[in-house]
Design a protein around this ligand. Sequence first.
Ligand SMILES: Nc1nc2c(ncn2[C@@H]2O[C@H](COP(=O)(O)OP(=O)(O)OP(=O)(O)O)[C@@H](O)[C@H]2O)c(=O)[nH]1
Length: 268
Amino acid sequence: VSHVPGLESRSEAPPLLGPLLSPFPFPAGSCPRQMLRSHHRFPITNSAGAPPKAAGKMNILAPVRRDRVLAELPQCLRKEAALHVRKDFHPRVTCACQEHRTGTVGRFKISKVIVVGDLSVGKTCLINRFCKDTFDKNYKATIGVDFEMERFEVLGVPFSLQLWDTAGQERFKCIASTYYRGAQAIIIVFNLNDVASLEHTKQWLADALKENDPSSVLLFLVGSKKDLSTPAQYVLMEKDALKVAQEIKTVQRLPNPGALCHPDFPRA
Ligand SMILES: Nc1nc2c(ncn2[C@@H]2O[C@H](COP(=O)(O)OP(=O)(O)OP(=O)(O)O)[C@@H](O)[C@H]2O)c(=O)[nH]1
């Protein structure tokens, strides 16, 4: 993980990045807003946030921060909301639904998120805001990939979110793409002031989907640098972005997601 020192500077830090435009967003309230920096790998804490007595080496880790402890899920994510747990559901479907998709290391559940998009659209800043609540106005290009791990406790179960920050520069693409595989979510970032970066999101997504299961991966289209656009520009860009989001949603259901970049692909 490394950065090359500054190409750009701005005098003031912007507010949080632009809107989340996703065909499949987390349900309202289920995605924690603020996250804690974590280079710690596999935490052990109890629901009160305190490390258990017999955690061995790992109890030197800081406890999971309170706002990362989810003691209750929104109704739509609770077990009772799932149809397959009802008595009269077909047993084969019920069985298939009970398979756990997340990976585990020991008893820790892990989800992988990859963040892709053009050079300098703000991927690193987005992750840093999310993980450390910081903003750096100086541009340092990501070389290859960068990595953050965020710790949660969901219904008493320790949970780690891996955030993979990939380089937008063409020359690092082949390195970065080797880390695409096995993602549970793909965040495609574009600059709200650069229509080309929105257009390129389709190519980024198509590449990321080659390494992942398009039918199950969660997709998020995120516009950055809202603070630099005028309200009029923003409205226009939002319209275009919604079209792309709709297109992504349609293409995700196709057997060949490469069609996303095909010039003849019909717009939804
Ligand atoms: N004004 C403003 N500047 C931003 C915002 N997000 C990022 N930037 C600036 O844009 C530049 C690029 O940000 P990065 O987060 O490094 O971009 P990146 O997409 O990770 O770039 P690569 O690593 O090259 O792929 C930096 O100078 C940031 O300070 C934002 O929301 N508003």
